[in-house]
Write a protein that binds this ligand. Sequence first.
Ligand SMILES: *Cc1c(COP(=O)(O)O)cnc(C)c1O
Length: 464
Amino acid sequence: MSPAAEVVAAEVASFPELVRDLPVTPEVTPHEIRTHLREHYDFAEAHPLVDVLQSVIDMLRRWNLHTTHPRYFGLFNPSVHEAGVWADALAALYNPQMAAWAHAPAASEIERHVLRFLGGFLGLTEPSAGAHFTSGGSEANHTAVLLALASRCPGVFERGLAAPRARPLVYLSAGGHHSFQKIVRVTGLGEAALRRIPMDGAFRLDVEALELQLRRDRAVGCRPVMAIGTAGTTAAGMIDPLSDIADVCAAHDLWFHVDGAWGASGLLSPLLQPSFAGIERADSVTWDAHKWLCAPMGAGMLFTRHPSLLRRVFSTDAGYVPAERDAVEDPYLGTMQWSRRFIGLKVFLTLATRGAGGLGADVEHQAAMGERLRDRLVEAGWIVVNDTPLPVVCFTHPVLRRGELAIGTLLERVLAKGRVWISEVAPDGHEHVLRACITSHRTREEDLDVLLEELQHALAGPVD
Ligand SMILES: *Cc1c(COP(=O)(O)O)cnc(C)c1O
């Protein structure tokens, strides 16, 4: 093995356990890193690869918020499986060009195979042409909005947004993802076209409020085109009432999109699967493999029941791409990306080595840890404010509610010690609470012990 391969292989093998003993959060300033880089890398001379790899490993170990840490109770950045790491290395090595099938027969078919399999969990029996890998959930959500426009506003891609006689509107719960705010800007729909629907008392989209808003908008001549249900909201891990939203979409002729970027992986667990009822009625679904399928980042997926619309939005005739003759489709004709990396390999390798059952078990383990955390917080006198089968726990304490201690102060104390990472959210848009999400399949009961310990310390007083 080359010395470079040895250095990297050793790190890949040891880091997942070793990270347990590192602080979750780095203590560093931009100045410190910039000075280090200036001093060591003026690019005037060429360094041996092993030396640079070692130096990069040192920097990443020291100056990274370790999202793969079992006590990173953070945003949806799950710990990766080793298979995905090697997959990314091989994807870079062969560097297949995913724009054209003929340039990447093996890679294209591996991706298709994975997407067909995962599409089965969404009730898609022939998803191949209607599914593709994306850079992430944001791109997938963007694509879904474009599909909705293609479907409900014919002519819009030829004549522009001036074409629809009535103004197209998009409906999303107040707890839905903020990527849609960017999307309505960049699509030219405008922020005013995004109707944020209030949530019910449980942080889920309020279906009655949705109906009311739809009727109001229709009465003034607007054209509602799409409603989005979120399966696993960012703040509180809630699953919107997908079946009810599907009913409303059917009644009002709306495109039904489910943003399951994080949560959809719960479908791999037979225990959690019933919570997603209604997702099989979606016209399109966003599902990130780089979230709960534990693939390294840069692995989103878009599924749709209407593959011909993908072509309506994205197909073009680039004279220099040799046309495909057989019964296959060139990927660049159905996605925004053109040159694209072999994203699907890390999902393939993860699925193949862990098995769908293994990944489902990972998800269930985390859901169980979430339940455990909920129970232990309540036992210790904390108040849990959300109720979901997914492992996102939003909580506060009577001391915080009474204003005797500011939540920001408590959070600072917790984070300062670097043993755990949690965050603060306002799931209803008003009350700020603490948020802890189980996002690593390596999180164990003893990691919850540390979290509870840190919370109790922070509640009791400042760090000495
Ligand atoms: C993470 C997330 C997104 C954005 O996906 P990226 O992969 O970060 O681009 C969108 N919606 C939901 C519900 C998410 O959890």
